[in-house]
Ligand binder design. Structure first.
Ligand code: UD1
Ligand code: UDP
Length: 371
């Protein structure tokens, strides 16, 4: 069995790290990096520290307007799929790299498999929402992280090839959480103490590319009674500079470069609370039982809100201030995202699907013929 895994953005490297290990136990993987993220601290750091194999192809697509960026990826991924002739194209999440892979996989008549299927924010203004919907509908195999995700797919008529696997980010957090408590020195490096700092990240287009929203978030963070560490996505740094808000940001938060995953998990675990508009970080905060304030009006990770660990506040300054002042959190945490074995399950399901469909690499078919 040969699987072509397509990644391109920071959260996809983290998800692929755990899934690739399992996939390589059951078959061959061709790893394709679209190049959507390319700065050292947005890309290489994750390959290095998580031991992700060097990509077989780096397409170097880089940044650009959504349509052109996605089109360039499609044009670059297609010849790779033709050349490597995979049984399955495996995709993660909801980025432009995900959508480009889904389009190529389906056009080339290869089985398309989607990790993190069935998530919806129901906000069609988010580029990610369109990417998720289209990718799920183009996929032959949908790996859903939660029961809600399975139900959402069913509501849209997608029932064949749907598997409740659990969430691969949970696997990932479990794999590193204890290790980083001893090994990471990020708290000392940043001069903050356990339970006495707030971790904030902002990168969502609606929040960064609108001066008023960005300023309103900074005003809200100013009310924090603890130091705020703010590892800034390059998009956010660009906008702060463009809007003349960099000095204001530096007065309110400790603006630092994006962190590697191991330090970031340590900081999420140590933080008294997290303020974010990231999808993955909302979930990781929940896994680590760090209260989360989400700078969005809606979330696709609704379970984290329903159980009381995550509060949606949008960008309203007062709402952010109120949420920062809140100090009552649930006594217990349900576990809607699986048992930490999602990656192994996904690899096995992919392998079973390929075996059942009678496909396989030439080498495997030859060896079967020899038997
Ligand atoms: C993308 C995904 C988003 C995901 C996020 C993870 C889409 C539509 N969006 O958003 O779903 O949550 O990745 O972080 O796919 N830039 C750099 N260096 C880099 C990467 C980006 O400077 O290595 C800057 C460029 O100015 C670029 C901007 O960041 O234009 C945005 O990057 P892009 O990949 O288009 O979108 P993200 O905001 O990162
Ligand atoms: N992350 C990281 N360093 C940072 C910020 C985030 O390692 O400075 C990790 C985080 O732990 C999570 C992933 O990157 O696993 C989330 O990425 P991001 O917020 O960029 O994207 P989203 O999840 O919103 O798509």
């Amino acid at each position: 069995m040969r699987v072509c895994s397509i990644v391109g953005a920071r959260p996809q490297f983290i998800k692929a790290a755990v899934v690739s290990t399992e996939l390589r136990e059951v078959g061959e993987e061709v790893l394709v990096h679209t190049g959507q993220h390319y700065d050292e601290e947005m890309s290489d750091v994750f390959f290095d520290e998580l031991g992700i194999p060097e990509p077989d192809y780096n397409l170097g697509v880089k940044s650009g307007p959504h349509g052109r960026q996605t089109a360039k990826m499609i044009a670059e991924i297609e010849p790779v799929v033709e050349e490597t002739d995979p049984d399955v194209v495996l995709l993660y999440g909801d980025t432009n790299s995900t959508l480009a892979g889904a389009i190529v996989g389906s056009k080339c008549d290869v089985v398309v498999a989607h990790v993190e299927a069935g998530l919806r924010s129901y906000n069609r203004e988010m580029p990610e929402e369109i990417n998720r919907v289209l990718t799920d509908h183009a996929s032959d195999l949908c790996f859903a992280p939660s029961e809600n995700a399975v139900e959402t797919l069913a509501e849209e008529g997608i029932t064949d090839g749907v598997y409740l696997t659990g969430d691969v980010m949970y696997d990932s957090v479990l794999a590193v959480r204890d290790r980083v408590t001893d090994s990471s020195t990020v708290l000392e490096e940043l001069g903050v103490r356990e339970d006495e700092c707030i971790l904030a990240t902002v990168h969502r287009q609606r929040n960064t590319d609108d001066r008023a929203n960005l300023e309103s978030i900074l005003d809200g963070l100013e009310a924090a009674s603890q130091p705020v560490v703010f590892p800034a996505h390059p998009r956010t740094v660009d906008r702060l500079e463009e809007y003349g808000l960099r000095d204001r940001a530096e007065a309110v938060v400790d603006l630092v470069e994006p962190l590697g995953y191991l330090d970031f998990v340590r900081l999420m675990d140590a933080a008294e609370r997290i303020v974010t508009d990231s999808g993955g970080v909302q979930k990781e905060a929940f896994f680590l039982e760090t209260p989360c304030v989400t700078l969005r009006e809606e979330t696709e990770w609704t379970e984290t809100v329903d159980c009381g660990w995550n509060e949606l506040v949008g960008t309203d300054t007062d709402a952010i201030r109120d949420a920062l002042a809140k100090d009552e959190w649930p006594d217990d945490t349900p576990n809607p995202y699986g048992d930490g074995e999602a990656s192994r399950r996904i690899a096995e399901l992919v392998a079973e699907h390929v075996a059942d469909s009678g496909a396989g690499t030439e080498a495997e078919l030859e060896s079967t013929a020899d038997d």
